[in-house]
Design a protein around this ligand. Structure first.
Ligand SMILES: [Mg+2]
Length: 442
């Protein structure tokens, strides 16, 4: 390797998903497996997991999908409310038509345009189909609108057997083939950069911004590309002579904060590509729980504890299937008099393990077994956090780590040989608390 040559870069073929490496300098790379030229490559390709996906000219694409005669024509969606352009297809855009433009102006710029009233119900239906595809990859989906969303794919590689970049490449093809519209993807170290990236090579784009090229990429952009910078702020910055992100990169935080307050801090951080926001899901799954109505009322700690184990196991299996990890564990009891008692405990780190769910809920159960007969017992998990934060090796409690590892190993076996071949974790452990007497403080 000569001094001028960069090390080879990881590359993925968007057409056949072949993963290979190429010299960084390669012009117009082609896939060594299929010969096609839809190649994404970047030194950090396999390190990045934050994605922003945006449909290309969404409403117009749906109309073209449903009416192939429109394929080669300029199409404008809008006109129903206040006579403005809602979406313009890329052909209309080449004529200068833009979203939010008054319709009379759009007609003047593009007299041949086919103007279509929006069919929101159809667009919503397509938007839902696309979102379902996102959720099949990760629970961490944050929709921003009908046609765009953030996806955090951290921790999904093991499950899907390919790195996030390849998963996204496959997803874009699937959406085109199965749903009939195209999307553009941005893959980057954080949300701010991922959203910038998805907009850089539309349509059908796949743009990667890495840590190493963040400053350079941002430097070239106007300040208005920083999210949340409205027209007013932009004007004020312009008055101060600031129009490019590069200028902000050369300024210290102090002066920026003194001059623009909180906005100044944002300008400082975002101009350097610093964005710590995580994906917040609007997922309908706010909690995962399971409960049992008992065949006969139980007051005995050991008897209830036994139920608790199988409930914890059910909840954990559900969490694992849904790829969720919860921070808060809630124990629910219903007395024979139908009074509902709940106790919650928030963990230091989210979990999806039966072992931890069981131990935590058992601790909450103990003081509640004071002779009261119960007719129902249940456990729920809530406050879901990214899987990558879940069940990290616990240095404080090495025993717990060991048991967590056992549970994971058993999950693997269950996956390979089927559930029935593996006995429940607790029954394999001779020291399991099944035989323990209820604690004195019960
Ligand atoms: Mg869009």
């Amino acid at each position: 390797m000569t001094a001028e040559e960069s090390p080879p870069e990881p590359a993925i073929c968007r057409a056949c998903l072949n993963q290979f490496t190429i010299a960084a300098e390669t012009k117009r790379p082609t896939c060594p497996a299929c010969g096609r030229n839809r190649i994404i490559h970047h030194p950090e390709l396999y390190d990045l997991h934050m994605a922003h996906i945006d449909c290309d000219a969404f409403y117009a694409s749906v109309e073209k999908r449903d009416n192939p005669e429109l394929a080669s024509k300029p199409v404008i969606i809008g006109g129903e409310h206040r006579g403005v352009v809602s979406t313009a297809c890329y052909i209309a855009r080449m004529n200068g038509v833009r979203s939010a433009m008054p319709m009379f102006k759009a007609r003047k710029l593009c007299p041949d345009a086919v103007i279509i009233k929006p069919r929101m119900k159809v667009y919503q239906q397509v938007g839902r189909q696309i979102k379902e595809k996102y959720h099949a990859l990760t629970p961490l989906v944050q929709p921003l609108s009908i046609d765009e969303a953030f996806l955090d794919l951290q921790g999904t590689e093991r499950l899907h057997g390919m790195p996030p970049a390849a998963l996204l490449a496959r997803l874009t093809t699937e959406i085109e083939d199965e749903i009939g519209v195209s999307v553009s993807v941005g893959l980057a170290p954080n949300k701010f950069l991922a959203k910038l990236a998805s907009d850089m090579n539309k349509p059908r784009g796949f743009t990667v911004i890495g840590e190493a090229d963040t400053l350079e990429t941002l430097a070239a952009l106007p300040i208005t590309r920083i999210y949340g910078i409205g027209a007013k702020t932009a004007q004020r910055l312009k008055k101060d002579g600031l129009t490019k992100i590069q200028q902000l990169q050369q300024m210290d935080e102090g002066p920026l904060i003194r001059r623009y307050g909180e906005t100044g801090q944002r300008l400082y951080r975002l101009s350097r590509g610093i964005d710590t926001r995580s994906v917040t899901t609007n997922s309908k799954t706010k909690s995962v729980s399971s409960e049992r109505t008992l065949a006969r009322d139980l007051a005995d700690f050991t008897a209830l504890e036994d139920k608790l184990w199988s409930i914890s196991d059910t909840v954990a299996a559900d969490l694992k299937r849904k790829q969720l990890a919860g921070l808060t564990i809630t124990l629910k009891l219903k007395t024979s008099m139908h009074r509902i008692i709940t106790r919650s405990r928030t963990l230091d780190a989210p979990t999806q393990l039966a072992e931890i769910i069981f131990e935590t809920s058992r601790d909450m159960l103990r003081p509640l077994t004071d002779g009261t007969p119960y007719r129902l017992i249940g456990v729920g998990l809530s406050h879901f956090r990214p899987l990558v934060e879940a069940d990290l090796p616990d240095l404080v409690e090495p025993k717990r780590t060991k048991r967590a590892n056992v549970e994971r190993a058993m999950d693997k076996l269950k996956g390979r040989f089927g559930k029935t071949t593996i006995k429940k974790g607790r029954s394999l452990d001779p020291k399991a608390p099944k035989t323990q007497k209820p604690a004195k403080d019960a």
